[in-house]
Write a protein that binds this ligand. Sequence first.
Ligand code: ATP
Length: 428
Amino acid sequence: MNLLDEVTALCKRRGIIYPNSEIYGGIGGFYDYGPVGVEMKNNLKRYWWKYMVDKRENVVGIDGTIITHPKVWEASGHVKNFGDEVVECKNCHQRFRPEDIDGKCPKCGHKEFTSPRSYNLLFSTEVGVIEDAKMKAYLRGEACQTIYLDFKNVVDSTRQQIPFSIAQIGKAFRNEITPGKLTFRSREFEQWDMQFFVHPNDMQKYFDYWKEERMNFYKSLYRKPENLRFHQHDKEHLAFYAKDAYDIEYNAPWGWAENEGIHWRGDYDLTQHSKFSGADLTYTDPATGEKFIPNIVETSGGVDRTFLMLLLDAYEVEALDNGSQRTVLKVNKEIAAYRAAIFPLVNNKEDIVNKAREIFDNLSDKYKIVWDSRGNIGKRYRYQDEIGTPYCITVDYQTLEDDTVTIRDRDTMEQHRVKIADIEKDIA
Ligand code: ATP
């Protein structure tokens, strides 16, 4: 089995990611996060928010809707241009993006295809209940558009002045032709986006700044930073309004793959929305009185893609001294679903269970903790290793005598005894 298959199997086995609607045979490109996965994903989003919003005085957040006025997607160019090319295998009739076929059909090996046809990725729906008053609308194809729509509201309702930024984490929908590689290319996914509004003269400075900042973010998150690199878009692939763009790529088992884009959007977005809506989106500098359309540096990444790449980065199968092996997720402890697991050594000794419960309750004020009293301690370690729990805390007979517990480290498997009062510090 290759790494992606192993990680996919682990996700299903341990409640990290499940295929959506599985009892109906599944639906391509849609996934659910299970009990372990939802904790990890929430931690990941919090990690981003802390890095991008909480620690900066000039970044504020919003939470915009998935359905907007349909004109938004005309102004943005998505109704006309948000497409991919699709070719169809003449033998098995599967459809692919031309860049995914490499001369022969990935499904059946046949070498003849239809000529490429373009295909719009926007999902559409209808708003309104009365048949002839229904309005065609779209599920947002990228989260950032709601940021542009709220730009003026944020300027008018907060103390922010340019340069400042609006951040958002939210769902986006794309009717991808070839969803696959677990959540790497899905049809419903989440993006973390930041749009930094600046004076046109300051674009280069902030473009360079955010490019480095975003790389630093990913380096702080992954275990193997050597698997990250920049890829600069060549001129012919740049959006027509963009002066420069870089992808941050991760070295996935199938090759370097985009994790996030840093885009020089210039004044394109606010100019388009001014034109299509009629609203004046110029900004007046309060100090100089200068009026201008703010320029934008965008950082736009995929939460689900980062999540998947984190799993690939963290997954290890290790040989143990006794000849067996363990699967372990050596994931950043800020992202792990649980900071620690509490093991009462035995289930039938009330003093031990009560002591363990007390520790669980106290630690839960600060961390997400999981309780595990099933099976022997070795089995419990194996299970927690697979979901990446950094620490396992065992309450045993000695605890009743001297108020100490055993803490076992996920990565080194070393164990040491710690006073109950010192646990919180020890697992920090
Ligand atoms: P790709 O070229 O891989 O389709 P993109 O360049 O179209 O990606 P952007 O429009 O720049 O992607 O979106 C920003 C981020 O959103 C991407 O870097 C990626 O992490 C994430 N993303 C885009 N499409 C998907 C998808 N179908 N499934 C999961 N994440 C996605």
